[in-house]
Design a protein around this ligand. Structure first.
Ligand code: AMP
Length: 598
C-alpha cells in the first residue's frame, strides 16, 4: 500500500499471504466478534484501505463497486465511533435505491449483533410513513435512506440530523444519475460541519469530484488498483443466477460438465463447510478448506485432491492462495470475488503446468457491475453460459447409466453374476430385462432418477437501469442462444471427431489447449465441443490445411492419440444436436449424450 502526499491511497495488485487481519485494522472487540460470527476471514482490499482512515477520523472517497465489501468498509468504523446513547440519528447513509437501503441496513444489523442498544432504521420511498415515523420516534442511531425520502422527513420535521456524526454517500454516482444531486447537496449542507463524510462511488465523474471538493475535508482517496493479466489458456464463462438458485445451478453444471477436479470459491468460512456438506450429500467427493483449518489438515486435503481421492474443493480466497494442483480443470466463482485482482488469482488455480482450464463465474443480478469491471480490467470478455436444462441433465443421467453398463460388461467377475442370474431366471421364470431393471433399482433410486422440471413460477429477470436485457437463470425456461465469442456455428465450420472422450477424462479446456497448440489455431476458431463417452466432436474451420490436419492426427490428449478426422454424421442432421442414437462402430450399443453447452 502506498500513500502519496495528496492523501490518496491505492492498493497494490500484489495481494500476498500477508494481508492485514481485521484485528490489525484496529477494530474493537464488539465488532470483531460480529465479523467472526458472519464468517469473514480477512478484510477485502477496500476494507483494509478504508477502515483505518475512517477510524482515525478522516473523510474518505472510495472508488468501489458493489460486491467489493464496501458496505462493511464504512459500517465497521461508523459502528465503532458512534454514540449509542440517545435516540437521535448519529449516522446517516444515503443510498440510491430502496433495495440498497434495505441491504445496507441489514449489513449494519449484522455487524452490530454485539451492540444490543443500537437501532438501525431504513427509510425509503414507497414505504408507509407511519412505520418510519414510529421507528424514528422510538429512536435509531443509524438511519439508511434514499435521498428523496430523507428530504421529506427533514421538511416534515420528523428527522433530526443535528447530532449527526457520520454521513455516508453510497453509490454516489448512481444517486446523481437518478437526479438526487440537489437533495444530496442539501443534506451535505444542512448537517453539522463536524460530521465525518465517506463517499463511495463506482466512477468519478466531475460532479462527484465537485461534491468531494466542496463538502469533504481533505478526504483520503482510495482506489483499488487491479492486476489485469489473466492466463490466455483459461476459458472464461459466466452465468447469471439469482442467489437462491446458485446451488441448483452448480449441481446442474456438475452433472453435465466434464471435469477432472474443481475448486469452488465462496466468501466465508461457513459457506465453505456448508457447500462442501451439501455437495457430499449429493454424492460428490468434496471438502472445504478455509483459514480455520489447521495446516496439517489443509495439506492432507490438498494431497487428496492431487491424488484424485477428492474431486471438489470448496475454498475461501485466503485458503486457496498459492494452490498448485494440475488436476484442477475448473474454477467456479460461486460467490463473485470482491475485486478483479482476486478474480485473477482465483482463476489462476486452473490452467496449471501449461494445461488449459475453465473458469465459471456466478453473477447475481445486483453484481452485473462487478462483472463489467472484471471484463474491463482483464480486457477479456466473458462468454455467457446458459445453464443446463432439466432435459440436458436427464440426458446426461441416461448417458451415464448406459456408460456404467458398458463399463461393467468388461468386469472380471461377470461370469459369476451371469450364472447367478441364469439360475434365478430358471427358478422364477422372470424375463431377463425385468431382472436387470430390478438390479438397477438396487443402485439407483428409480423415483429420483430423472430431475423434475422446476415447479416454481418463472420470475422475470430483474434488469438494472439502462442495462440491456440478459437472461438470468431463475428457473427452467426455453433457452436462448447466448451471445458467444465462438464463431457462428455452421459458418465455414465442420465437425471433427477425435478419439478421446469422457472415458479418457478429457475436459473441453484440454481439447482446446491441445488442438490450438498443435494445430496453430486460435480460440476463436473453435465452435461447439461435445464430449461423448468414448470420443468427442469438435467444431473447427472447414478449411484446415493438410499440414494442420496431419499435425492434429498425431496429437495426443491424456496420452491418447486423438486421430482427428471429419465426422460423418447422418446426412441432413448436425451431428452435435441429434438426440440419443445407437452407435455400432465397435459393435456395442452406446448412448450419446447431449453436450454440455460450452
Ligand atoms: P458489498 O460490496 O458491501 O455489497 O459486499 C458484497 C458481499 O461481500 C456481501 O455479501 C458481504 O457480506 C460480503 N463481504 C464483505 N466483506 C467481506 C469479507 N471481508 N470477507 C468475505 N465476504 C465479505
Amino acid at each position: 500500500m502506498s500513500t502519496s502526499p495528496a492523501d490518496s491511497v491505492s492498493i497494490d495488485d500484489e495481494k500476498d499471504a500477508t494481508g492485514p487481519s481485521f484485528a490489525d485494522l484496529g477494530i474493537d472487540d464488539r465488532v470483531l466478534r460480529a465479523i467472526a460470527d458472519v464468517g469473514y476471514e480477512s478484510p477485502s482490499p477496500i476494507q483494509a484501505a478504508t477502515i483505518p482512515p475512517l477510524i482515525a477520523g478522516s473523510d474518505v472517497v472510495g472508488l468501489a463497486q458493489t460486491g467489493t465489501g464496501k458496505t462493511a468498509a464504512f459500517a465497521i468504523p461508523v459502528l465503532m465511533g458512534l454514540e449509542v446513547s440517545g435516540k437521535s440519528p448519529r449516522a446517516l447513509v444515503l443510498a440510491p435505491t430502496r433495495e440498497l437501503a434495505i441491504q445496507v441496513a441489514e449489513a449494519f444489523e449484522r455487524y452490530s449483533t454485539h451492540m444490543p442498544e443500537l437501532h438501525v432504521l431504513p427509510i425509503y420511498g414507497g414505504q408507509n410513513y407511519a412505520v418510519q415515523l414510529s421507528g424514528l420516534r422510538r429512536g435509531a442511531q443509524v438511519v439508511v435512506g434514499t435521498p428523496g425520502r430523507v428530504i421529506d422527513h427533514l421538511e416534515r420535521g420528523t428527522l433530526d440530523l443535528t447530532q449527526l456524526q457520520y454521513l455516508v454517500l453510497d453509490e454516489a454516482d448512481e444517486m446523481l444519475k437518478m437526479g438526487f444531486q440537489d437533495d444530496v447537496e442539501r443534506i451535505l449542507r444542512d448537517t453539522p460541519d463536524t460530521k465525518q463524510v465517506a463517499l463511495f462511488s463506482a466512477t468519478m465523474p466531475s460532479a462527484i469530484r465537485k461534491i468531494s471538493k466542496q463538502y469533504l475535508k481533505n478526504p483520503v482517496e482510495i482506489t483499488v488498483k487491479t492486476k489485469t493479466s489473466t492466463n490466455i489458456n483459461i476459458t472464461q464463462r459466466y452465468v447469471q443466477v439469482s442467489y437462491q438458485r446458485k446451488l441448483d445451478a452448480l449441481t446442474r453444471i456438475l452433472e453435465v460438465e466434464s471435469f477432472e477436479a474443481i475448486i469452488i470459491f465462496v466468501r466465508t468460512k461457513q459457506a465453505t463447510e456448508e457447500l462442501a456438506e451439501k455437495l457430499r450429500a449429493r454424492g460428490y467427493s468434496a471438502a472445504a478448506i478455509n483459514g480455520d483449518i489447521v495446516q496439517a489438515q489443509r495439506e492432507r486435503t490438498i494431497g487428496q485432491l492431487k491424488s484424485g481421492a477428492l474431486d471438489i474443493l470448496v475454498a475461501t480466497d485466503v485458503a486457496a492462495r498459492g494452490l498448485d494442483v494440475e488436476r484442477i480443470s475448473h474454477v467456479v466463482n460461486y460467490d463473485i470475488p470482491h475485486d478483479t485482482e482476486s478474480y485473477v488469482h482465483r482463476i489462476g488455480r486452473t490452467g496449471r503446468a501449461g494445461r488449459s482450464g475453465e473458469a465459471l463465474l456466478f453473477v447475481a443480478p445486483r453484481e452485473r457491475r462487478l462483472l463489467d469491471a472484471i471484463e474491463r480490467a482483464t480486457r477479456q470478455p466473458l462468454t455467457e453460459m446458459q445453464l443446463p436444462s432439466v432435459d440436458d441433465v436427464n440426458a446426461q443421467r441416461v448417458a451415464k447409466f448406459g456408460d456404467n453398463i458398458t463399463e461393467n460388461l468388461s468386469a472380471a467377475n461377470l461370469g459369476l453374476f451371469r450364472k447367478l442370474i441364469e439360475d434365478y431366471e430358471r427358478e422364477h421364470n422372470i424375463p431377463l430385462v425385468d431382472i436387470a431393471a430390478a438390479l438397477a433399482i438396487g443402485s439407483y433410486d428409480g423415483d429420483k432418477f430423472f430431475m423434475e422440471p422446476d415447479p416454481e413460477p418463472v420470475e422475470r429477470p430483474r434488469r438494472e437501469k439502462g442495462e440491456r436485457g440478459r437472461n438470468t437463470f431463475e428457473g427452467d425456461r426455453p433457452r436462448r442462444e447466448g451471445p458467444s465469442t465462438h464463431r457462428a456455428t455452421g459458418e465455414n465450420m465442420a465437425t471433427y471427431r477425435i478419439a478421446v472422450g469422457k472415458r479418457h477424462k478429457v475436459a473441453p479446456g484440454a481439447i482446446v489447449g491441445a488442438i490450438a497448440n498443435e494445430g496453430g489455431l486460435r480460440r476463436s476458431d473453435f465452435g461447439h465441443i461435445s464430449i461423448r463417452p468414448d470420443h468427442s466432436l469438435v467444431e473447427l474451420p472447414a478449411d484446415l490445411s493438410s499440414e494442420t490436419l496431419d499435425a492434429l492426427r498425431r496429437t495426443r490428449i491424456s496420452g491418447q492419440l486423438i486421430q482427428l478426422q471429419l465426422d460423418s454424421g447422418p446426412p441432413g442432421m448436425r451431428p452435435m444436436n441429434r438426440g440419443p442414437r445407437r452407435d455400432t462402430r465397435d459393435g456395442k450399443p452406446r448412448y450419446e449424450r447431449r453436450q454440455p453447452r460450452a
